[in-house]
Design a protein around this ligand. Sequence first.
Ligand code: BDP
Length: 714
Amino acid sequence: MKKWIAVIIGIILFNSIFAENGYNLWLRYNVIDNPTFLQQYRQQISSISCPSDNGQLIAAHQELQKGLSGLLGKKVPLQMSVINGTVMMGLPSHLPFIKTLVSDTVLARLGNDGFIIRTIKHEGKNITLIAGNKEAGVLYGAFHFLRLLQTQQSIQQLNIISAPRIDLRILNHWDNLNRTVERGYAGGSIWDWQRLPGYLDQRYYDYARANASIGINGTVLTNVNANAMILTEPWLQKVAALAGIFRQYNIKVYLTARFSAPVEIGKLKTADPLNEEVKKWWKDKADEIYRIIPDFGGFLVKANSEGQPGPQNYQRTHADGANMLADAVAPHGGIVMWRAFVYSSESPEDRFKQAYSEFKPLDGQFRKNVLIQVKNGPIDFQPREPFHPLFGAMGQTPLMMEYQLTQEYLGFATHLVYEAPLFKEVLNADTHSKNNGGNVAQIIDGTADAHVLSGMAGVANIGSDINWTGHPFGQANWYTLGRLAWDHTLTSAQIANEWIRQTFSNKKAFVDTVQQLMLASREIIVNYMTPLGLHHIMGYGHHYGPAPWYNKAPRADWNPVYFHKADSIGIGFNRTTSGSNALAQYQPAVRKQFENINTCPENMLLWFHHVSWNHKMQSGKTLWEALCEKYYNGVDSVRWMQRSWSKLRSYIDEERFVQIQQLLNIQEQEAVWWRNACLLYFQTFSGKPIPAGYEKPDRTLEYYMGLSFPYAPN
Ligand code: BDP
């Protein structure tokens, strides 16, 4: 009897120790489970020294102490004296010997955020040096060093130099003041406005740590569909409390500016950006903000898009609006990120073309502290989009990338989709705007046109769920944004590999399987949702599930039928000269490739061409057969993901294993739903059978068309 009680207690203890809810993200710091590395690290690391008490250095050494103590399974003390095995942190201003070790050129290259990590002999002792020009660099270096241990790399002869390629590495929260999150699928907003500024939740610190660990240095706290109230004094005090925490982690806060704020909270009669009173109102407002938050980053603005107010309400241009705000924040070193996601309800022009049509003529008219924030593609965060034609078209204006981490069009927080391949595909696209060096990455990192400002933003997938992102694999997309903004030459595989090792396990069989699965996941969702260049055929409003038949939206370009244009002849949106001619917005080399149905990559075909159902694909199959094949492959691949995952039970905690297993089961059901609904519907136009050998849809088109989801999150 006693024995059994001991066993049960043992099991309970075991589970409570090893259960993981995902809260710790990629910063788990469990004891290294590989004896060789554990021994190496224990031999090589004895203590930490840090010569200053600046906020960011405190954060850096605290993290290092926490991380190293966890990973080594023993306390690693902070001490002034240098002994063998000291991890020494500092700046050249504290530790002049750094200047004899590292050339001025290298130090200059590091900028404010870069770092070096070197294994050196100092005063006869073997130490590891983590140094940067500024405290922030040391902070990022500390996290990098921890990552080496977490991913079980050798730390014996380190000589690392690392500096970010992009300066503004930013999360965009679409969080409302009532704590709902637009397109949020991971619970409510983590900003507890009601209890701020008095109550500082531990989450804010852990959020900042997670961001700093991947180099994210800015956060826009509020929804682009903005509420002017955030700019009033009581709310600014709440923002200041968050800024106070984030500052220690080198993260600046930004807010969305509602263009009509001077009317709504300023009691002015107009928000015309050329009106003197309006200009003064914003200047005074900026002064007030900077009094309360001295290192405030600036504004993100959505104007004249989807009903938001903007300068066009007063017959002014986007440049007039952006410049007026830019002038207000300029004396304080602030910036304005003005979004190019605009399309007008009055304009009958192909929605694909509208952002370019409005912004391209304004190139060269923006103030120096303005960036134009452009979504990766011309429509809206689809599973696959061609790169946005503005990239490469506005050489005189710094363009920022906007990605969407939250999976609005990628199966919400239910589907496992690793977004790095999507992000990389766009970064690697050649805009042909330069003889060489004109791919999207070089446009946004500023090198193509020698811009001083550069930025990459991701619409956050973070919420109040215990694991932050709802789906445990959603964390990988947050992680990817930081890593890619730091270094866009990292491959999707490298990023996945290091994330898996830190988040789950370093065991080879586990890492290999999960990495394969992650790398395949994006193409899989394209296949079962929108293959061959289909786009925007999701459910109306909430975007949950397929609704290619939908045609009742108040505006044409919110309807799936507008985007796929299926008819008895074929399917797809003709954007060549005989159609909307959107292709004219690209450089000739890009246009030529897409315009010719034979050279257009098949994965983009229906973005640009209305293609006959009988069109012969490269495989020799007809378009209809190829479409069927893609949808069926998509579902089969989800089943492959399920099988792969089911073999991994013994490698990780039961809690996350089961969670992911359940989510994959739903993903499989939803993939079948997508496949059946789309093929049954498109079949009404093609008039062709689903080829023999495929499992037949077990429901009718009417069934799928009858589904409704009034409470789907949006
Ligand atoms: C769309 C979303 C909408 C956003 C909008 C935007 O459906 O909720 O407000 O983008 O980016 O994708 O402004």
